[in-house]
Design a binder for this molecule. Sequence first.
Ligand code: RIB
Length: 317
Amino acid sequence: MSPVVVVGSFNVDHVWRCQALPAPGATLSGQYATGPGGKGFNQAVAAARAGAATSFVCALGDDAGGALARGLASADGIELLADASTEPTGTAGIYVDAHGRNTIVIGAGANGALEPAFVQRQQPGIARAGVLLAQLESPADTVELALALAREAGAVTVLNPAPANAASTNALLAHADVLTPNETEFAALLARHVGERIEADDVAATDGATLHALCRKLLPRGTVVITLGSVGAFVSHADDALRGDAQPYYRIAAEPAQAIDTTGAGDAFNGALAASLAQSLRAAFGEHVRFANRYAAASTERAGAASAMPRMKPQAG
Ligand code: RIB
């Protein structure tokens, strides 16, 4: 089994559970909780709890949030490689409604100051990774360098292009072996990088051949996994790189779950996918996606982001 390196954000999440998401001008009552989050940290915790030796490269402030990250990483056996920032540790304000849906506002803080030079200094650790996983809550040039260093060393690079409004470039995408947008991120990337328009709400119902053709335009040489929430996932490979699968594109059904909070479900999927890939690169790619799907579904049955990640390992194979 080879290690997973996650490069990304840590946030202190401030969460209000309320009946409905607030409309502009509304004042609502809700139940408050706080806990660890940030797409990067959530994914690192998921990878670790799915059985991978995990390192997390991030930037933290010299404050209570930074101390929280250090303590929690240590509790989960995650090697924390943190750039000390003069900015405060990242924060997120999250509303969760009665259906488990959320709205999030982030204050990037230290996450926005994760420098390429710091990632460059982590090259020896990155070179030992089997899988490098990154998202877009960190500066795009830093993420691009991390992906480039990992690929140069022979690791599989997974880019979760979240959130949808984050900056991305063609060069950044080109460093991803596997790209994992949700339907909103997929629509945003298609508009930005390919000039194709599709409504996010229409992605799940679009026929497979059309989705595959769009995925091929977006990432001609890599694999695209579109996560579709309660509908499952769509996988599209380059014709000459099926990663052990029999078909270039296919759908995987969602796993049933009694969802109470979908915050971090995408992060659960990505962390579990990276852990599964790192544990057995020989298995068919679809098996890794099925495991990630099960893992993400289980994460929605508990409240919170990083703390909702289940301890669940893929079958050895
Ligand atoms: O993906 C969920 C995460 O997005 C939250 O934990 C929040 O911190 C934001 O980064």
